[in-house]
Every structure is written in structure tokens, then in C-alpha cells.
Design a protein around this ligand. Structure first.
Ligand SMILES: NC(=O)c1ccc[n+]([C@@H]2O[C@H](COP(=O)([O-])OP(=O)(O)OC[C@H]3O[C@@H](n4cnc5c(N)ncnc54)[C@H](O)[C@@H]3O)[C@@H](O)[C@H]2O)c1
Ligand SMILES: OCCc1c[nH]c2ccccc12
Length: 296
């Protein structure tokens, strides 16, 4: 039976496609440390639970080694392929993107991705290397292997480099984003160029980075809206046109997160979270590529 809940909104991207504004991730809690061919049934079940709850935006990556599980869950999930929004990313085989995407599609048992991302810019030694990788992304998009193309973990300097030679502007940049890492300059750059922002690790301020300056205010909003701080964190993204990608192995949490679609924060509440959040800096991922005080 269908779930009765407020539908998750979508964000229109610069290529005319739409991205569901709440994603289910298979990185962090799920990525595989061992052999990729050893199927993690808990993850297959986790993705199937998410699909059952009407999550459609599913986030994978070559380096997570979770594409086989995603593929199986999509096949067994009972929802037609065209209703799902499937994302993968390239990193290890970035020097051969044509082969890398075919390999991802094979593991996912799909003909086409909705979105393919360059997972990070940190492997590149020059602007030319980034520009070549972006040209290869444009080639696989033109070949119909993915509907949209984008990047992840790019800073303004990396985006500036690829935009110099790009025929296609990245549809999105998937970045770490939460009250303790707001990178306003990067978001302004996205806005100026029509690049959507996707947020990974959106719950960081209320999970891995506690205690902190947003805690008391989050608690007051939990009471006001009768939701958890996780849902406030997700809604804080959505209300700023940012698409959060979260995850959980717990069905109750996945179900609770959907309440983020049922209320709206006021502009004043968003401003208050932003101001309190700026009092602390916290970066959970790729930290070795940044100075400790670098907030970009
Ligand atoms: N592009 C990248 O470089 C990159 C990096 C990191 C993550 N990602 C993607 O984003 C997805 C989500 O990332 P994330 O897992 O960091 O997101 P997140 O900040 O939403 O954290 C989700 C985690 O928080 C836990 N959680 C939820 N409520 C909690 C509570 N009340 N107390 C304690 N823990 C709680 C969940 O169980 C889950 O493990 C990943 O699975 C991956 O797909 C991408
Ligand atoms: O995208 C998730 C963060 C991440 C960075 N490097 C990794 C290697 C394996 C799994 C996840 C990651």
C-alpha cells in the first residue's frame, strides 16, 4: 500500500531535469571495506526499505563499492525505473570515464543514470586534467549514458577551471553542507552559474558535531514543529534550495526524515540557524585536502 505522506519536492536543474529534494545515500554508513562482489544484504534491504517509503533519489559511487546492492534493490524494489533518480560518481577510474560509467551501469543493471558526478577534484594536478575529465563527462552525457552530469567536492577554483572550456555547465555540485560548514562564497558561485547545490552529511550539526552552538535553538524548533533535529536540518537545506542526501539503516529514522516535507522554516529561523552555525567550524569529509581554518 502506498504511504500517506506529503510528497518530497523536486528541484529543477539547469538542463531541464528535476532532482528529488531528499536523497538516500550508500556511502558513509554503508560503503564496503571488503570485496565488492560480496553482497551486503543489509544494504539491499536498506535501499528496498527506502524505496518502499517512497525515497526515489538514490546516491551511489564507484568508490563505495555499493552499486551491486543498489542495482539489486532497484530491481527488486517494485518501483518502475523511470520513477527513480539514480546517481553515481567516478573517482578511481576518472582517467577513463567512458569505461567507468559503463562499469557502473553494468553493476547497477541499468542502461542510463539520472546523474553522474566527478566525485572530487583532489586527484587532479592541473586545470587541464580537470577540463579533460569534464569533456569526458560531456561525451558520456551526449552518448545517453546519463541524463545529467555534475561534480562533487569542487571549490570555486575547480569550477572556474572547468567552466573555461565547458560546453555543459555542471547540473549540481554535491558538497558537505550543514550549519557548521555553510561556505557562502561557494553557494553564491553556484547561484551565479545556475549550478544546484546537493548537500551530503546534512545531519552533521545534530549528530557527529554535537555539542555545539545550534543545539538549544534546534531543541526549540523540535518542539515548535514536533519533529526531530534531523528533520529540522533537512528542512534547513530544502528551504535554501539545497538537496540533502542522508541515510540510515533504521526504518523508523528513514520514515521520520520524510516529515521534512511537511513543514517550512521561516526566513528568520533559517537566519538564526545560520548565525549560530557560523560560531563553529566542522568538516567531516576530505579534511586532509583543506587547512583546518579553511571554510570554503
Ligand atoms: N560526495 C561525497 O564526497 C560524499 C561524502 C559523504 C557522504 N556522501 C553521500 O551522502 C550520504 C549521506 O551522508 P551522511 O551519512 O554523512 O549523512 P548524514 O549527515 O545525514 O548522516 C546520516 C547518519 O546519521 C545517523 N543519524 C541519524 N539520526 C541520528 C541521531 N539522532 N543520532 C545519531 N546518529 C544519527 C544515521 O543513522 C546515519 O548513519 C552518504 O551515504 C553518501 O551517499 C557523499
Ligand atoms: O563520498 C564519501 C566520502 C569518501 C571519501 N573517500 C571514500 C572512500 C570510500 C568510501 C567513502 C569515501
Amino acid at each position: 500500500m502506498a504511504n500517506i505522506h506529503t510528497p518530497i519536492p523536486s528541484l529543477k536543474l539547469n538542463d531541464g531535469t528535476s532532482m528529488p529534494m531528499l536523497g538516500y545515500g550508500t556511502g558513509t554508513a554503508w560503503y564496503k571495506k571488503g570485496e565488492e562482489s560480496r553482497i551486503d544484504q543489509a544494504l539491499v534491504d536498506g535501499v528496498k526499505t527506502a524505496i518502499k517509503l517512497e525515497y526515489t533519489h538514490l546516491d551511489g559511487a564507484e568508490i563505495y563499492k555499493t552499486e551491486p546492492e543498489l542495482g539489486t534493490a532497484i530491481k527488486e524494489g517494485g518501483v518502475p525505473r523511470e520513477k527513480l533518480y539514480v546517481v553515481s560518481k567516478v573517482q578511481t577510474n576518472v582517467s577513463n570515464i567512458q569505461e567507468a560509467i559503463k562499469e557502473s551501469l553494468r553493476k547497477l543493471q541499468l542502461d542510463q543514470l539520472d546523474l553522474y558526478l566527478i566525485h572530487s577534484p583532489f586527484w587532479a594536478n592541473s586545470d587541464e586534467e580537470l577540463q579533460k575529465a569534464w569533456a569526458d563527462m560531456e561525451t558520456v552525457q551526449a552518448a545517453g549514458l546519463t541524463k545529467s552530469i555534475g561534480v562533487s567536492n569542487f571549490l570555486p577554483k575547480h569550477l572556474t577551471a572547468i567552466l573555461k572550456t565547458a560546453k555543459v555547465v555542471p547540473a549540481t555540485n554535491q558538497i558537505e553542507f550543514h550549519p557548521y560548514l555553510q561556505h557562502p562564497e561557494l553557494l553564491a558561485f553556484h547561484k551565479e552559474h545556475g549550478i544546484a547545490t546537493t548537500a551530503y552529511a546534512p545531519l552533521t550539526a545534530v549528530t557527529r558535531a554535537t555539542p555545539g552552538p545550534v543545539d538549544d535553538y534546534m531543541a526549540s524548533l523540535e518542539k515548535k514543529y514536533a519533529v526531530t533535529a534531523a528533520e529540522i536540518s533537512l528542512r534547513w537545506c530544502i528551504d535554501q534550495d539545497v538537496v540533502p542526501i542522508t541515510t540510515s539503516s533504521k526504518e523508523q529514522r528513514l520514515s521520520d526524515y520524510l516529515r521534512a516535507a511537511t513543514f517550512k522554516l521561516t526566513p528568520k529561523e533559517i537566519r538564526e540557524i545560520n548565525e549560530l552555525g557560523q560560531k563553529k567550524h566542522y568538516r567531516a569529509f576530505w579534511a586532509k585536502y583543506f587547512d583546518e581554518n579553511d571554510r570554503s
